[in-house]
Design a protein around this ligand. Structure first.
Ligand SMILES: NC(=O)c1ccc[n+]([C@@H]2O[C@H](COP(=O)([O-])OP(=O)(O)OC[C@H]3O[C@@H](n4cnc5c(N)ncnc54)[C@H](OP(=O)(O)O)[C@@H]3O)[C@@H](O)[C@H]2O)c1
Length: 298
């Protein structure tokens, strides 16, 4: 994105003075359809919440969720593809105070038309929710049938927002076509410091009034391996990054088309670090360019 386009999209959001209201505005983004806002850092559950029959591991996930909500978190992303993640969320959520802030997001993932409605029923039961906040078609699989199912579910008040998800740079041409041709509320896609191939789709989503949820923000943890043993450069601290997690996440959420990023963790301390990325300064376009170049040279 060139500097002019970037400035046009969200200048107030990025360079507002550090008043409490401005800081709060930076922590949350409005979903393009509707007045609702979401915290800029959400939470993924792939692998990290696929846990059962292990007391210690479950206690750790409870602590992860506790810290997520304590830091103002709301959006949790799951899928029927993530093993026991939806079940575990349904077990833990009623025990944890979240003051109505939960934004429950899951997916339909099936090659068969008839499985879609059943997966939706299963997700509502597993999450123990009367309705789901967002349901997306996972990897665009059988999207025609499942978008139909989701529209019906939205009309029936069982789902609030619908959309599509993809990852790893897959099917971007199809995503562009669906953004143009279908009325979607949300797109979930991979976008991070080593994979910015979704950049044109972020612009298209903004144009079409579609919210963007960013998956794999740490490239499934590989970004941390890339910087292992390296201290954060001083200039990164000067632009508001206290650690590498903030460096990776602030680069993503400073893109004005991004609604939220959904890092996954099984570690309560990592959750604190990740949530802190929703606070304080965000890099401007020049700083974003520097951050990317620095990382690519490592
Ligand atoms: N729609 C799709 O097709 C699709 C595809 C992929 C992912 N997703 C969604 O996006 C979410 C995120 O993607 P992801 O799980 O692939 O990867 P990710 O969030 O990019 O990375 C997760 C990895 O980073 C590590 N990590 C997290 N915070 C850390 C921190 N502060 N310091 C050091 N390490 C940290 C985690 O290990 P620890 O547990 O040790 O913290 C984990 O190994 C998924 O969970 C899922 O909800 C969707």
């Amino acid at each position: 994105m060139d500097r002019r386009a970037f400035l046009a999209l969200a200048p107030a959001l990025l360079w507002a003075p550090d008043t409490p209201a401005a800081i709060d505005a930076r922590r949350r983004r409005r979903l393009p359809r509707g007045e609702e806002t979401l915290p800029v850092i959400g939470m993924g559950t792939w692998l990290t919440f696929d846990v059962a029959d292990d007391y210690e591991a479950i206690q750790r996930r409870r602590a992860v969720l506790q810290r997520f909500f304590a830091a103002g978190g709301g959006m949790i992303d799951a899928s029927p593809m993530y093993g026991r993640a939806e079940w575990l969320l349904g077990q833990l959520l009623p025990e944890l105070p979240h003051a109505g802030r939960l934004f429950a997001a899951t997916k339909i993932w099936s090659a068969f038309d008839s499985t879609g409605p059943r997966q939706l029923d299963d997700s509502l039961r597993l999450w123990r929710q009367p309705r789901l906040d967002a349901v997306l078609v996972h990897n665009l699989l059988n999207w025609r049938a499942h978008l139909r199912t989701l529209r019906q579910a939205r009309d029936a008040g069982r789902v609030r927002y619908i959309g599509i998800s993809t990852s790893h740079g897959r099917r971007h041409d199809d995503v562009a076509r669906l953004l143009r041709d279908e009325q979607l509320d949300l797109l979930q896609i991979t976008y991070n410091l080593v994979d910015d191939s979704a950049e044109p789709l972020l612009h298209l989503a903004a144009e079409r009034g579609v919210g963007v949820v960013v998956n794999r923000p740490f490239d499934a943890g590989n970004l941390f391996h890339r910087v292992a043993g390296r201290t954060l450069p001083n200039w990164a601290r000067d632009i508001g990054c206290a650690d590498w997690a903030q460096y990776f996440l602030k680069w993503i959420i400073s893109h004005p088309a991004v609604t939220c990023a959904i890092p996954a963790t099984s570690n309560p301390e990592h959750m604190d670090q990740n949530m802190a990325a929703g606070l304080g300064r965000l890099p401007d376009p020049a700083a974003r360019g520097r951050m990317r170049e620095y990382l690519r040279r490592l």
